[in-house]
Design a protein around this ligand. Sequence first.
Ligand SMILES: Nc1ncnc2c1ncn2[C@@H]1O[C@H](COP(=O)(O)OP(=O)(O)O)[C@@H](O)[C@H]1O
Ligand SMILES: CC(C)(COP(=O)(O)O)[C@@H](O)C(=O)NCCC(=O)O
Length: 318
Amino acid sequence: MPPSVEPVPSTPYVDLDRKAWAALSESTPLPLTDTDVERLAGLGDPIDLAEVDAVYRPVSRLLDLYVGATRGLHEASSTFLREDTGSTPFLIGVAGSVAVGKSTTARLLRELMARWPATPRVELITTDGFLYPNAELERRGLMDRKGFPESYDRRALVRFVSKVKAGRPEVRAPVYDHLSYDIVPGAETVVRRPDVLIVEGLNVLQPARPTSEGTSNLAVSDFFDFSIYVDARTDDVRQWYVDRFLSLRATAFSRPESYFRRYASLSDEEAVATAERLWDTINAPNLVQNILPTRSRATLVLRKGRDHAVERVRLRKL
Ligand SMILES: Nc1ncnc2c1ncn2[C@@H]1O[C@H](COP(=O)(O)OP(=O)(O)O)[C@@H](O)[C@H]1O
Ligand SMILES: CC(C)(COP(=O)(O)O)[C@@H](O)C(=O)NCCC(=O)O
């Protein structure tokens, strides 16, 4: 008899459809309470609470399991090295296209993770704070490339994340304002040793670039303990982008300090055409050239359908 050989998995992923993933919710502890529902509704995101319970609550449980296991590993290696290093924040990256729902997902996970006893302090930062200011983008000829990897101060972002991961008591990040479409001079977000830091941004899963000497620097993705890619069909994301543009036209764009105030007076047709042009010339090329190629690097991929409901969940297990 030949020795039995364990089958080698043909893929490093577990792929579950919505039904199989949502079934995990039944055996997931911490059902939502009325207070949670109120807090989640207070976020102002158009998220259906049944969806939160069926899809995002099991995601937060999985994250809680990873937090526990990562702390155990950290303790074991500290004991081995005879080092007494305290625990460091657990870092989660949230990546995906413009308008796919990264901010909504990140805000939801912040609320859900904070309910778990191991991680009451969850903070969230977005990488837009590390975009170069408009004046610098103009100097570099990058005003039409906002959101492309080269439009960020990537070194500053890596420095920020590595300080957080090293457990520094206070780490500061610059702030971007969507209304003025620019970095806010002098403004800062301060991160104070949270249990979990969620880092949300288009390009957070990009690998490090080789240096001119052929060596490689670190990328922000090298510091993540877990990463999530929010995914959807490109046509659907384009539509969500146009819809969001139309609702902003009716609200934020009409404020005097808005960079886009010239768009407030557009007719419906002109507004749709403007949004489509911005999508087709900036955000779609960035998605295809830079963002989509990083999807396979994520620990978890949440694939959304046209109505924003998650249709498939793919977890990397190897
Ligand atoms: N789960 C959801 N259900 C319904 N609408 C959503 C959901 N997630 C996002 N949206 C909508 O889709 C658009 C893009 O979401 P947002 O979180 O702002 O995307 P991103 O941060 O990726 O640019 C917004 O108009 C948002 O209200
Ligand atoms: C600010 C953004 C680059 C997103 O930044 P992120 O937080 O993902 O790093 C993006 O929302 C954006 O404004 N893109 C420029 C093209 C446009 O106006 O849609």
